[in-house]
Design a protein. Structure first.
Length: 386
């Protein structure tokens, strides 16, 4: 009898997820898709967000499949009572796997999992953490050995973790992101254009990302100023929010492009974005395997993106998208103008990208790979194909 069978009469695997926060960002959407997929396979799961941000859509998509979702909050974290709550719940619930995602959760979850004698510990890395402080890298190296496996969604980001975060090659598992079109989210095409008073004929460019230095919004705004020299009616939608928003709004005004830029804010219904844009642009300086980029590609939106990390695993230049050097304002502007002017090429690239995502990056494939990993680590037989 395995430990799983001895501790759980139902035979279902219990997973205790810990993530830094439950905002409407890519890592959280990644977790949502995994949690929902595992729920369909009969897994029991609990999700804890360490810090206060908690978007209702993220929570609802997990609770509607029977998953408990809790938030500790900054006050309880700083007082230590939140960590005690996590430890007590780990001991009482007796999960078979503790799984962490994002920088603080990795360290805290690894330690608490070890203290609670959870059989298996897994960490998930969704991007190269090049902006960590030295003390964070030290904590990573001190706790990395507590993880049985570290899952990466991009092969390109693995070398950095091996070099800086104390991860060993034998811990590494590569499981690419899975993507699908969210059920029940379709809307009338162009509805966002109507609400934002955008002409039906205006070429619309979109970018979904939090306003953070990694994402390269400042570079995109500078490039967009050059785009307007060729496409004076173009509109740029910046979907997201974050600490750099006031600075970026000031930059747009200084460049005299603010009349053509819409700061949309966080937007839960991304299908309205895809219904309303002609081109998706990702200006990131570093990146894992972006879910927003994958969703745009799946929706047959032609994409221009910087040639970084996980992005180059998704895009073949001039076949499934246009790649440009990160930080190169002129190259980014040139690629955007080219995509807007060569509509037939852009349309074909959109179709090629959608076909590739459908073929290689389904949610079911991602969930199946996680399931195989858990079962192997717990000493269980592989799941029989239905």
């Amino acid at each position: 009898m395995t430990d799983l069978q001895a501790t759980n009469n139902t035979g279902s695997i219990r997973i205790f997820h810990i993530i830094d926060h439950l905002s409407l960002h890519g890592a959280q959407m990644y977790l949502v898709k995994l949690v929902r997929g595992l729920s369909e396979l009969g897994y029991e799961q609990r999700v804890y967000g360490l810090n206060d941000p908690r978007h209702p859509k993220i929570v609802d998509m997990m609770t509607e499949v029977g998953v408990d979702v809790e938030t500790i909050g900054k006050v309880r974290l700083l007082s230590g009572t939140g960590l005690l709550t996590l430890l007590v719940d780990l001991v009482k619930w007796r999960p078979h796997v503790v799984q962490t995602c994002l920088r603080f959760s990795d360290v805290i979850g690894r330690i608490l999992g070890r203290l609670a004698h959870v059989p298996v510990s897994v960490s998930v890395v969704t991007q190269p953490n090049v902006d960590k402080y030295r003390w964070q890298f030290l904590l990573d190296r001190l706790t990395a050995g507590f993880s049985d496996r570290v899952v990466f969604n991009s092969k390109e980001i693995i070398p950095f973790a091996l070099a800086r975060e104390g991860i060993k090659p034998e811990q590494v598992v590569f499981i690419p992101n899975g993507i699908d079109i969210e059920a029940g989210n379709s809307t009338t095409a162009g509805s966002l254009r109507t609400r934002l008073h955008i002409s039906p004929d205006a070429p619309v460019i979109g970018f979904v990302a939090r306003f953070y230095p990694q994402k390269g919004h400042s570079i995109l705004l500078s490039a967009f100023a050059k785009v307007l020299e060729e496409e004076q009616h173009a509109i740029l939608l910046l979907i997201g929010d974050g600490p750099l928003r006031p600075e970026l709004e000031s930059q747009a005004a200084a460049l005299s492009v603010n009349a053509n830029v819409r700061f949309v804010g966080e937007y839960a219904n991304l299908s309205e974005i895809w219904d309303s844009i002609d081109l998706y642009v990702q200006a990131s300086l570093w990146e894992g395997m972006s879910i927003a980029l994958m969703q745009a590609m799946l929706s047959e939106i032609p994409v221009v993106a910087t040639a970084v990390d996980g992005t180059i695993e998704l895009i073949e230049d001039e076949k499934t998208g246009f790649l440009v050097k990160p930080g190169d304002v002129a190259a980014l502007a040139f690629a955007v103008v080219r995509a807007l002017k060569n509509t037939e090429l852009a349309k074909q690239i959109g179709k090629n990208g959608s076909a590739m995502i459908n073929r290689e990056y389904s949610v079911s494939m991602m969930v199946s790979r996680f399931d195989d990993m858990y079962r192997q680590l717990l000493g269980l037989e592989p799941r029989c194909e239905q």
